[in-house]
Design a protein around this ligand. Structure first.
Ligand code: C2E
Ligand code: MG
Ligand code: MG
Length: 616
């Protein structure tokens, strides 16, 4: 038979143990009220933990009656527990009938059969976190020893509770920290880290299934313009609105992440077939059908969406994001982001190995890359006035690979700088060999530059080096950049362009008319030449495109720019652009891209296309 003291020691040891385990707060108070009625001669016990605004946070009681008394005190805001909490001192009420301190609680509790209450504050520093109430149905005091025992238990339990509270706060903070580290603070969508995590899990699941997994890379078109015109606040709100619509079209198992500024990635798993993957792409497209209303503004925006799909047995990895990114880039490049179009990496690219960049690097070293030169013809006399350098790669086993694919893949690493540098060096050297003076004047040689190339590394230095090494006049070099990429790119890009123009190099905006195509934009970009895209030429005879081509030509002339039209394939188109006053043209009608020696051997003074049969 253990005595009272031994029983107390056992109980205290139990509480001490909660300090080293992750016992929850409610568990501790429940345990306290359960054990104390075994140790002391009382009929019930209750604990209320009170928050700063005096509202009860945790309540526990050894029986229904005790719970009722706790609730009565909370209800009336009065009672021995509240007094102990407020004063920090024990409160003894050996006979409720004789005590006048609780005019409301007293009679109400007596009506429920309560005769005596002994309350002990749960102290924390100078304040309290709550109170322990011991209830008896018969009047009479507790002995000094019993009072000390109760007070000791209250103190020990306070220590346990404070410890548990600190632990809960720490748990909450670390959960919040974990959440923050995996989510984008603006849109609350998963971030890149969480996306990669989900991709990893998707791969484990995909290995065990016979289903398809798809990834969509979504890049908002001309998002920079929203920030520029309406301010970052509107830009941010737009991103939030887009994120919300994206979340609404998501299946429960799917993920949509924001991985940077205006780039989002969807990961969709367990698709029965590639058709379903395409359908999802369509759903993402339709998100942009309706305008977004932000800050009272109606904003119509589009997006370029690239898709990559893997089937049963194929690896789901970060490569999939890179492939979808490349597909997106090709779409943006082709369509100029005029419409949001879901594109899949075309068959050439989807069958490319994952180490395709490596192959490009090897090709560069083995001198397998080549350049074709397409004549640019002056409309006043049809004489060749320059050439555009176009990258070519006749792959030993895969056949000819589009420069867009080479550039798209090379842009995923710093390889784009090596490829770009090679094209520049080669082009400048070729121009030197062809001779200076009037030959190929006034355009000289036009080299394509990707925007990513423009802002990485020391692009200005690269150009300067190529020009001086070849010993050509910088005014004979034109750098072509697409309108979309120009507009979307940073202040840094603008600075590089300005430096280049100061050096003497001319800048052409390529594929004009496919992207934002705001005529007003022409006035703001630091450019010398506008190249009108071939997509506007197809319908030029009588189609609505004619109006656009004519307007662009007129404005460009007003601004002192030169107009080059791309993709002229017929005499009719030729006649039409001459009528509109375009300065130069390029296209199969005049000449296809040719080798260095073919250009060399041609008669430079002969007008094209009449003299061009030699080029075909
Ligand atoms: P781009 O700069 O707009 O080049 C014109 C494209 O139109 C070339 O395609 C050319 O072969 C094609 N083309 C020329 N005349 C006609 C025509 O009458 N009808 C039609 N339908 N097409 C015509 P290509 O060579 O396949 O190059 C595609 C794109 O790849 C280029 O478009 C350019 O943006 C990019 N690119 C080519 N070489 C390089 C390079 O060295 N660096 C970079 N960054 N991009 C390059
Ligand atoms: Mg070009
Ligand atoms: Mg072009």
């Amino acid at each position: 038979m253990i005595n009272e003291e031994e029983r107390l020691a056992v109980v205290l040891r139990e509480f001490a143990r909660t300090l080293t385990t992750d016992f929850p707060i409610q568990g501790i108070v429940d345990h306290l009220v359960g054990r104390i009625v075994e140790v002391l001669p009382v009929t019930g016990a209750g604990v209320t933990l009170i928050s700063h605004d005096l509202s009860p946070k945790y309540v526990s009681a050894s029986n229904a009656a005790a719970l009722g008394f706790e609730q009565l005190q909370s209800k009336y805001g009065e009672g021995p527990g509240i007094l102990a909490y407020q004063s920090g001192e024990s409160v003894a009420v050996p006979d409720l009938l004789l005590d006048e301190r609780f005019p409301v609680f007293g009679p109400a509790a007596r009506a429920e059969g309560l005769a005596a209450v002994f309350t002990f504050p749960l102290r924390h520093g100078d304040g309290c976190i709550g109170a322990l109430d011991l209830y008896r149905e018969t009047a009479g005091p507790l002995s000094v020893h019993e009072m000390i025992t109760a007070e000791t238990m209250a103190d020990v339990v306070s220590a346990c509770l404070i410890n548990a509270q600190a632990r809960e706060r720490a748990d909450m903070a670390s959960a919040a920290y974990l959440y923050d580290s995996l989510h984008d603070p603006l849109t609350d969508l998963p971030n890149r880290t969480l996306l990669l995590d989900r991709l990893y899990e998707a791969n484990l699941r995909a290995k065990r299934s016979r289903l398809y997994t798809s990834v969509y890379f979504v890049d908002l078109d001309r998002f920079k313009l929203v920030n520029d015109h309406h301010g970052h606040h509107v830009g941010d709100q737009l991103l939030i609105a887009v994120a919300r619509r994206f979340s609404n079209i998501l299946g429960v198992e799917d993920t949509v992440a924001r991985i940077s500024g205006d780039e989002f990635v969807f990961l969709c798993e367990a698709l029965p077939d590639p058709i379903e993957a395409k359908n999802i792409g369509g759903r993402i497209e339709r998100v942009f059908d309706r305008p977004f209303v932000v800050d009272g503004l109606r904003l119509s925006i589009s997006a370029s969406i690239g898709m990559a799909v893997v089937g049963p047995g194929e690896e789901v990895s970060a490569e999939l994001i890179a492939h979808a990114d490349t597909a997106m880039y090709l779409i943006k490049r082709h369509r100029g982001g005029r419409r949001h179009v879901v594109g899949q990496v075309d068959s050439a690219l989807s069958s490319l190995p994952l180490n395709f960049e490596q192959e490009i690097g090897d090709a560069l070293e083995k001198d397998e890359l080549q350049i074709a030169y397409q004549p640019i013809v002056r409309m006043s006399d049809n004489v060749m006035s320059g050439v555009e350098a176009l990258l070519r790669w006749d792959h030993p086993t895969r056949g000819r690979i589009s420069p867009l694919i080479i550039v798209g893949a090379a842009e995923r690493s710093s390889l784009i700088n090596l490829v770009g540098e090679w094209v520049l060096e080669r082009s400048c050297a070729v121009l030197r060999r062809w001779g200076t003076g009037d030959r190929l004047a006034p355009i000289g040689i036009a080299v394509n530059v990707s925007a990513r190339q423009l802002v990485s590394g020391d692009f200005f230095g690269t150009v300067e080096h190529a020009v001086s090494r070849a010993g050509i006049d910088p005014t004979r070099l034109v750098l072509e950049m697409t309108e979309n990429l120009l507009i979307e790119d940073s202040d840094r890009a603008m600075k590089v362009l300005t430096d280049l123009r100061r050096f003497g190099v001319r800048i052409a905006v390529d594929d004009f008319g496919t992207g934002y195509s705001s005529l007003s934009y022409l006035t703001r970009l630091p450019i010398d030449i506008v190249k009108i895209d071939q997509s506007l030429i197809a319908g030029i005879a009588g189609g609505p495109e004619a109006v656009v081509v004519s307007a662009v030509t007129n404005l460009a002339h007003e601004l002192g720019m030169v107009v080059v039209v791309e993709g002229i394939e017929s005499q009719e188109q030729h006649d039409e652009i001459v009528r509109m006053g375009c300065d130069y043209a390029q296209g199969y009608h005049f000449a296809v891209p040719m080798s260095e020696s073919e250009i060399m051997e041609s008669d430079w003074s002969l007008p094209l296309p009449n003299g061009a049969s030699q080029f075909r």
